[in-house]
Design a protein around this ligand. Structure first.
Ligand code: COA
Ligand code: MG
Length: 296
């Protein structure tokens, strides 16, 4: 079961050795991948290995990524994994979602599988937005059945819009030299805004340069500041940094509690002063949100 999703580790589906490592890690969600980390000739082996791993998996946050709907693998990935081990997964990540139709297709398949099994367990869908068309159709994608999060797939999105591949790390590396401002601000803010309007999580793309932890921290801080709930990792060494950045600091928690206490002790006043700054009802709501996120 997923309780919070600061970090998500992408784990190649065909590499059993990495599955063990992932289950020993402190990651919030393990994402067993059958898509782009698996070469075409290993797709079947990856599906079989993912099912074997899921069957023995302990209770924790687990997703699987199927191939996109325009490939020969998607329908079998979804049907075989959901039939054999659907109760072990919280969600299916659907990559390269271009329109709500892609999600209706997967959701209908899951309706049938869950009805046949007679199970109460409903598999959610994480929609990965990786194209100009996906961003164009983002509101209908966010409203489609079973969707619980929107994911930013930056590498494929860059290719889709014809942006220069500045680094293999996604956003955050060498950006200042390339563009005065943040090249990804529009699409990232659009994703967060749409996700939150539909009560979904917003999850940021991974940072490819896994040896550069300060760079990862910088990229994670930027997406956290924009309102993303978490970020993908592609290497176990990235998990601690991501978890830390997406957890409130003890200082932030103390300040939020001071704000809530000040508001409680002056219930008749709209605005009060805390630490020399004006606190109004909006600030109190923000503080309450932060305290709630820690107690979850
Ligand atoms: N999940 C679980 N374990 C992983 C892992 C991952 N994503 N990436 C690396 N590991 C393990 C390795 O198996 C190794 O384990 P060991 O100590 O038991 O031998 C250990 O962590 C250290 O790995 P390292 O040697 O530093 O990495 P590498 O050079 O073997 O691999 C990558 C580097 C980038 C190829 C690899 O991390 C990877 O495949 N990541 C996932 C890629 C992916 O999912 N892409 C699609 C998502 S967008
Ligand atoms: Mg992609």
């Amino acid at each position: 079961m997923i309780t919070r999703q600061r970090s998500t580790l992408s784990v190649p589906g065909h590499l059993e050795k990495m599955h063990k490592k992932a289950f020993e890690s402190a990651v919030d969600v393990i994402m067993l991948d059958m898509e782009d980390s698996v070469p075409p000739e290993s797709k079947k082996a990856a599906r079989e290995q993912v099912i074997a791993t899921l069957k023995d998996a302990p209770e924790r946050g687990i997703s699987v990524r199927v191939n996109s709907v325009d490939t020969p693998w998607c329908f079998r990935d979804a049907i075989e994994v959901a039939l054999a081990a659907g109760e072990k997964i919280d969600s299916i990540v659907l990559p390269k979602v271009d329109s709500a139709g892609d999600l209706h297709f997967l959701s209908r398949l899951l309706d049938g599988i869950e009805a046949e099994k007679g199970t109460e367990h409903s598999i959610a869908i994480d929609a990965s937005i990786e194209s100009a068309l996906g961003v164009e159709n983002i509101a209908e994608i966010a409203s489609a059945p079973r969707v619980r999060s929107l994911i930013f797939g930056i590498a494929d999105y860059s290719a889709s819009i014809g942006a220069r591949l500045a680094s293999i790390s996604g956003h955050g590396e060498n950006e200042q030299e390339i563009y005065p401002g943040h090249r990804w601000h529009f699409v990232m803010s659009k994703m967060v805004q749409t996700a939150k309007a539909h009560n979904l999580l917003a999850i940021d793309a991974p940072y490819g340069n896994f040896k550069d932890l300060p760079g990862l921290e910088n990229a994670a801080k930027m997406s956290c500041a924009l309102g993303f709930d978490g970020k993908w990792a592609i290497h176990p060494s990235q998990i601690d940094t991501i978890n830390l950045v997406f957890s409130p600091t003890s200082e932030e928690i103390e300040r939020a509690n001071r704000i809530l206490n000040a508001a409680k002790s002056s219930p008749l006043r709209g605005a009060v002063a805390v630490d020399g700054r004006m606190i109004d009802r909006a600030t109190v709501r923000l503080a309450q949100k932060l305290v709630d996120s820690v107690q979850r």
